[in-house]
Design a protein around this ligand. Sequence first.
Ligand code: 13P
Length: 263
Amino acid sequence: MSERRPFVGGNWKMNSTLKGASELIRGVADALAGEIAPIDVAVFPPCVYLLAVKSILRDRQSPIMLGAQDVYPEAEGAFTGEVSVDMLRDCGVQVILAGHSERRHVIGEDDELINRKVKAILEGGLRCVLCVGETLEQREDGRTHEVNEIQLRSGLAGIAEGLVDNLVIAYEPVWAIGTGQTATPDDAEEAHEKIREVLKDMYDGVSDRLRIIYGGSVKPGNAAGLFGQRSIDGGLIGGASLKIADFVPIVRASMQSVRSASE
Ligand code: 13P
């Protein structure tokens, strides 16, 4: 556990219904009411459910942040199907994902588009979670750190140090996403340390403050081990964020890591 304030996000991906999403956020917000002061918690519902989720969070005066899974980097215009940073802000969004491996590998986004998105989000004053991570093949070829470095340097190209206070990096090894195969705490820690070295080289003045969180089959049973590592500042949770009974204990494991560190 580090001195940085942990960040735990629930990435709901393309799951649930309006009713299901409403029940999920109600359950999570009520279970955590009054508890989450020492850490940042965010949920990333499908875009069409953002307003409903926001309204439930607002009614409860919940500190849980509203996140969006994607954005288009242009301000407005003829971009059928897309939404802008301003539109998302208008709906109460505070944080946006960029570079998620499913957008890189399933939808086919390249580093240049991801870089434009990161820029638009940070220049728009919102928080950005930039996701990086290697595929199984790249890992087996011993290229984990090289791939992470390429994705970091290209994702952050041209982004000035003054903008990165709102940046969180998520290390999500592709082979661990949705597979039940989690990186060991030691493997994740090593990858996080290498990522921090790259950030230090790029943003010497502020790199120590930037949070690096882990994603990939985080569950209630393995969260404490991961969050207890010095270089792991929280998590980005997929499947387990869809169940109140799984997400809440994961958030609590992160809060516990803060308490243990201060004892
Ligand atoms: P899982 O937790 O389902 O492996 O997904 C991780 C992820 O992709 C979060 O963005």
